[in-house]
Design a protein around this ligand. Structure first.
Ligand code: HPA
Length: 279
């Protein structure tokens, strides 16, 4: 299953199913991470589809993830919102995990705003903080466990896509402006993607800090890689849900990740709305 490919036909079938129910062409895709589902309530929804009804979409198995695709308007922009996402650790191939990104690309999005809940590695980070993602480290990807593994889908992009500016500097500048104007405390930093589902050991946390990672999570890098392969501009935002504990004091739980989301949702909503206004 985790070596399964996704064909152009599968993407097209899925995109056709979604596309025939849309009234406007979406310009911006929005992916809502763990505990951030409530952000979807900001959207004036026109069409709501369950992932389980969309051909080839991965279903979600984790608490805190709804699994709906919402087409609608936010700040006057036509948006396509993924309320919840599938993760590699659920047993899907990375090609399947990222199929919804392909579908959004086929439906015409130009930009992707991607959010996640992450563990803070940078000692300056507190739960509830916002981190604008400057860059990522794709640990499984570096060893070939990669969403673009297999035949290249040349209709979307090149065999060897550039990743030197994966997170769009201009979109990040807009997000920074909005956060400053709204007095939302934020950081900028490097997100490291691990396969999960176990949280990190103290030794792993030390390793990740040494290599320059500021926040750790179990998503985003594969989706961003696929987005960039297809030429989609990306704004990535991590909500710091917990601080990764180097001393092994205390525990990281899924519940605290969801709890921090309640603090993060209004902050992320302000940033996303502000960026959409400026697009
Ligand atoms: N580690 C990995 N993924 C996470 C964490 C964490 O501490 N918090 C939220 N997602």
């Amino acid at each position: 299953m985790n070596v399964e490919h996704v064909s152009l036909d599968m993407i097209a079938e899925s995109a056709q199913f979604v596309g025939q129910q849309l009234t406007t062409r979406p310009r911006v895709g929005l992916v809502l991470g763990s505990g951030l589902n409530a952000l979807a309530e900001a959207v004036e929804a026109e069409v709501i589809l369950y992932y389980s009804d969309i051909p080839h979409f991965p279903n979600l198995t984790v608490a805190g993830h709804v699994g709906q695709l919402i087409a609608g308007q936010l700040e006057g922009q036509a948006v396509l919102v993924m309320q919840g996402r599938a993760h590699y650790y659920e047993g899907y191939s990375l090609a399947r995990v990222t199929l919804p990104i392909r579908v959004m690309q086929m439906l015409g999005i130009e930009s992707l705003v991607i959010t996640n809940a992450a563990g803070g590695l940078n000692p300056a980070f507190q739960p509830g903080d916002v981190m604008l993602i400057r860059d990522h480290i794709n640990v499984p990807g570096m060893a070939g466990l990669h969403p673009l593994w297999g035949p290249n889908l040349a209709q979307f992009g090149p065999r060897f896509p550039d990743m030197s500016r994966a997170y769009d500097p201009e979109l990040r500048r807009l997000a920074r402006e909005v956060a400053i104007a709204a007095k939302i405390p934020f950081h900028e930093g490097v997100y490291v993607f691990l396969g999960g589902p176990s949280f990190e050991t103290p030794a792993e946390i030390r390793l990740l800090r040494i290599v320059g990672a500021d926040a750790v999570g179990m998503s985003t890098a594969p989706e961003v890689t696929v987005a960039r392969h297809g030429g989609t501009r990306v704004l990535g935002i991590s909500g710091i849900a917990n601080v990764a504990l180097s001393e092994g004091v205390g525990e990281t739980t899924h519940e605290e990740v969801l709890e921090a989301g309640r603090l993060l949702v209004p902050r992320l909503e302000t940033i996303v709305r502000g960026v959409l206004q400026k697009l």
